[in-house]
Design a protein. Sequence first.
Lengths: 112, 116
Amino acid sequence: AQSVTQLDSQVPVFEEAPVELRCNYSSSVSVYLFWYVQYPNQGLQLLLKYLSGSTLVKGINGFEAEFNKSQTSFHLRKPSVHISDTAEYFCAVSAAGTALIFGKGTTLSVSS
Amino acid sequence: NAGVMQNPRHLVRRRGQEARLRCSPMKGHSHVYWYRQLPEEGLKFMVYLQKENIIDESGMPKERFSAEFPKEGPSILRIQQVVRGDSAAYFCASSLRTSGGTGELFFGEGSRLTVL
């Protein structure tokens, strides 16, 4: 079975500062990794995904993530955040034939 | 292009009543997933369905909860004899293929159940 740990429940940052949201996973088989974003009272939207190939994945809204197999991590980064990036971010993992398993989420709060 | 449609968006029930949540997947999607979201607990997988088949219900409580995805019509998550602990946001997602591959999940905006 797979599991996901998001190491920070809340991350407050100032506008234009860089941010990293941490995600670690565990699995005994090869996995696929995802980051989703949820704005208040809305559903989840895919930011980016790692399936195979290059370990650096670029997504929407200027976000990127790096798959690190040795550290079983898939941290999400953005070099300069905006107020509009305030939302909840979920890391998720799946393996072949299984449903997506989500972490508990990280609330990113961007202030001016 | 309509996305995943869930209704009702908000539902209030008294303890002991039944709750029915509906989900229409994106056009052409034949895989549906239900998740439950509780504050500070993230999204918990409940069930994965294809048309007329339950593929994985490992996350469904054994009692009072059921799900279906008929040949025609939306997927329905049914909760019988609701209790206060059932209060949560229930999200439906759909995909073209199983999520354990390249299939991206597309989420609805959720149905928020409040049990009084």
